[in-house]
Ligand binder design. Structure first.
Ligand code: FPP
Length: 247
C-alpha cells in the first residue's frame, strides 16, 4: 500500500549478503565454498534486479572489519572478487550496467584495485542500470573520509561551512553519484546494520530475510520488493499528510 505517487518498485536496493559461512557449515564444506556459491547469488540478484526494474543495486561484499577474518578466508575472498570482475566485465558492457565500487578501495590488493578502476572506466558511460560493490567499506570510515575531503575543500576555498547543508556535505561521501537506498535487505535472519551506509539508509525501508545468501533467488528479492510495496513511507510526516483522503 505505497502512498499515492510513491513507486511500488524501489529505485535503489542495498543488500547485506549474510550467511555464506552458515550455508557451508550446514553442508560440512569450507567457508570459502559458501562465498563461492555467494558469487552465484550476486549474479542472480543483479539479473533479478534488472528484470524487476530496480535501477540501482548495492551489495556489501567486504567490510573494513572483514580483514580480521582468517587470512585464508580474506585471500580467498580477494581471489573470488578478482575472478568475478574479470569474468563479468563483458556482461556489464552487454547489459549496459554501470559499475561502481565504494569504500577505501585503494587499500585492496593491487590487482583487485586495478580491475575495479578498469571496470568502472569501461562502464562509465552507461546511465540506466547501476551496480555497486561496497569493498573495504565502513560507514564510520566513510564519514571520516568525507570530513577530511570536506576540510580540504574548505581550506582551498571550494566549500563554505556557513553554506553547507546535507545536500552539499553528502557530495563528499563515497555515494555522491548514487541516490539513497529505498530498501535495505539483510539475509540470513540477522537483525543488524553492521556499519553499512548508516547515513544513506536514513529513510530506507528494511526487510530481513531468513534465506542464507547462497540460497537467495529472484523469488526472495520479489518477496522483499512486495513487502516494500506494502509499507507507507512517511519521511517524518503523518499518515494523513502522505495519504490525503477526500476533502
Ligand atoms: C557474509 O557471510 C558474507 C561476506 C562477509 C562476504 C560476501 C562475499 C560474497 C557474497 C562473495 C564475494 C563477492 C563478490 C562480488 C565476488 P558470512 O561469511 O559472514 O556468513 P556467516 O555469518 O554465516 O558466517
Amino acid at each position: 500500500m505505497s502512498a499515492p505517487g510513491q513507486p511500488s518498485i524501489p529505485q535503489h536496493v542495498a543488500i547485506i549478503m549474510d550467511g555464506n559461512g552458515r550455508w557451508a557449515r550446514q553442508r560440512g564444506l569450507p567457508r570459502l565454498e559458501g562465498h563461492r556459491r555467494g558469487v552465484e547469488s550476486v549474479r542472480t540478484a543483479l539479473n533479478a534486479a534488472r528484470e524487476l526494474g530496480i535501477r540501482y543495486i548495492t551489495l556489501y561484499a567486504f567490510s573494513v572489519e572483514n580483514w580480521k577474518r582468517p587470512q585464508e578466508e580474506v585471500s580467498g575472498l580477494m581471489g573470488l572478487l578478482e575472478l568475478y570482475l574479470k569474468r563479468e566485465l563483458s556482461t556489464f558492457v552487454r547489459d549496459e550496467v554501470r559499475f561502481h565500487a565504494i569504500g577505501r578501495t585503494a587499500d585492496l590488493p593491487a590487482g583487485v584495485c586495478r580491475l575495479l578502476r578498469e571496470t568502472e572506466e569501461a562502464t562509465r558511460h552507461f546511465t540506466h542500470w547501476h551496480f555497486t560493490l561496497a569493498l573495504n567499506y565502513g560507514a564510520r570510515t566513510e564519514v571520516v573520509d568525507a570530513a577530511r575531503a570536506y576540510a580540504l575543500a574548505v581550506r582551498a576555498g571550494r566549500a563554505n561551512p556557513a553554506e553547507t547543508g546535507w545536500d552539499e556535505f553528502s557530495r563528499y561521501l563515497y555515494t555522491a553519484d548514487l541516490p539513497d537506498p529505498d530498501l535495505l535487505i539483510r539475509t540470513s535472519g540477522e537483525l543488524r546494520i553492521s556499519n553499512f551506509l548508516l547515513l544513506q539508509l536514513a529513510y530506507a525501508e528494511m526487510v530481513f530475510s531468513p534465506t542464507l545468501w547462497p540460497d537467495f533467488t529472484k523469488a526472495d528479492l520479489q518477496a522483499a520488493v512486495d513487502e516494500y510495496g506494502r509499507r507507507e513511507r512517511r519521511y517524518g510526516l503523518t499518515s494523513e499528510q502522505v495519504r490525503p483522503g477526500p476533502p
